[in-house]
Design a protein. Structure first.
Length: 423
């Protein structure tokens, strides 16, 4: 009876995962089997007999038991980047509307404390990107709004954005005040804005970013070009761009790494595999790979081609996984950009069936498996990442698919590799 006063309990159980009706779904699993999840913690029942919730980062042990948490409070999330190899989590949030010119974005860095159930995650710092980034040469604050971010092994922060944002910026913590950032450069800038820096790449949207163990940078982005036929029609191409690590000199000066190349669809050019219709690894640039002038669509669904690819993750061996959402699959590539397999959805994502993940948006990977989070049904699809299993001194178990007319011998010797491990 709602008319009867109810005294809410001091605290509700919190040893279960709840997304509290929110649209954000983020998770990752480390090599030891611990799971890290951004979710909502039940706090108290309110006077309307509904649970109040607060956002948190929760940790779960390999058996699925609650291990610990960090309470976050109310946030409007843009992205959560779990960099488990470096023991850190990067969270991007905003106030207002993310596409609004007046929106402020925040990049917060967290440290993972393995073995500390009482305090499994601690927040290190939070940067307000429109205020805390300062150009040390001019004293000015560049206009920055981030939607995703990553941190390399030198502590350099890379923030990327879209929807009138500025592409990709590199900054480092200020030596005297680590709660401020020194601006280093814009390796990528928005196509329609003007900022004259040598070697700068011009793109319309940058979606996600990861950094490998050698500090190479990978971003998913959309390239826009004008078709040269007098109609002013535009072509959009979804690609993965790779940059060299930043150069850190002995005197402390830092220069952003240069573009190595991009991965994606191409039809012609010296660095294009024109038969397969994709770049030869990350060797393509706009000067060495081309798409047929008559084609207004720069995307594709063949191996090595992308369509609306957003989320990127990287495993302990620097193998890249990309959520190729427009093609309802996850593709993986070596760090050189060579195609290394795919997992396709078995359906359109409308059924509660393992493997029917629809258009993937949130993926994670560790040394053994990769995970696709189906946010609409709140289930996780788990895939074995290894092609070669059980490697020892004398044998290995190899998964393969042969031609239909293949006849094998009773015994054979072999040396096999899938690009990640050898047996």
């Amino acid at each position: 009876d709602p008319s009867i006063p109810v005294t809410p309990p001091d605290e509700l159980p919190h040893d279960f995962v709840s997304w509290g009706g929110g649209g954000e779904r983020y998770m990752a699993v480390d090599d030891d089997g611990f799971t890290y999840i951004y979710d909502f913690r039940y706090t108290k029942c309110n006077q309307n007999h509904q649970p109040d919730t607060t956002e948190r980062l929760s940790v779960w042990d390999p058996d699925g038991n609650f291990y610990g948490e960090l309470i976050l409070g109310d946030k409007r999330l843009s992205d959560v980047n779990f960099d488990l190899a470096r023991g850190q989590i990067i969270m991007i949030s905003y106030n207002g509307t993310i596409s609004s010119a007046s929106a402020d974005t925040f990049v917060a860095l967290f440290q993972i404390n393995k073995g500390n159930a009482a305090e499994p995650i601690t927040q290190l710092v939070s940067y307000k990107m429109s205020y805390d980034v300062i150009d040390p040469e001019t004293g000015k604050r560049p206009s920055i709004r981030a939607e995703s971010a990553a941190v390399d092994s030198n502590g350099l922060i890379y923030a990327v954005g879209r929807q009138n944002l500025e592409g990709m910026i590199v900054a480092k913590p200020n030596a005297e005040d680590p709660e401020l950032l020194d601006y280093i450069g814009y390796p990528i800038y928005h196509l329609n804005n003007v900022l004259d820096e040598p070697g700068q790449l011009r793109l319309t949207n940058v979606y996600d970013i990861v950094i490998d163990s050698e500090n190479h940078i990978y971003v998913t982005a959309r390239h826009e070009s004008v078709i040269d036929d007098g109609t002013n029609r535009r072509r959009y191409s979804n690609r993965i761009y790779k940059f060299a690590p930043a150069q850190v000199e002995a005197d402390g000066s830092i220069a952003p790494g240069e573009l190595i190349g991009w991965l994606g669809r191409c039809d012609d050019g010296p660095n294009c595999d024109y038969i397969a219709g994709h770049s030869i690894g990350f060797t393509c640039t706009d000067e060495t790979c081309f798409i047929d002038e008559a084609d207004t669509n720069g995307n594709g669904d063949r191996p090595g081609q992308l369509d609306n690819a957003r989320n990127l993750v990287i495993d302990p061996n620097d193998v890249i996984y990309v959520a190729d959402s427009g093609n309802a699959r996850v593709q993986r590539f070596t760090s050189d950009g060579l195609f290394a397999g795919e997992a396709r959805s078995t359906g359109d994502g409308s059924s509660f069936v393992l493997g029917d993940f629809g258009s993937p948006n949130n993926i994670s990977v560790n040394k053994n498996s990769f995970f696709i989070l189906d946010g609409s049904r709140e289930i996780v699809h788990v895939f074995d990442a290894a092609v070669i299993h059980g490697i020892d001194d004398t044998s290995a178990w190899v998964e393969y698919q042969s031609d239909s007319n293949y006849v094998g011998q009773d015994r054979f010797t072999f040396s096999a590799t899938d690009g990640f491990r050898t047996g």
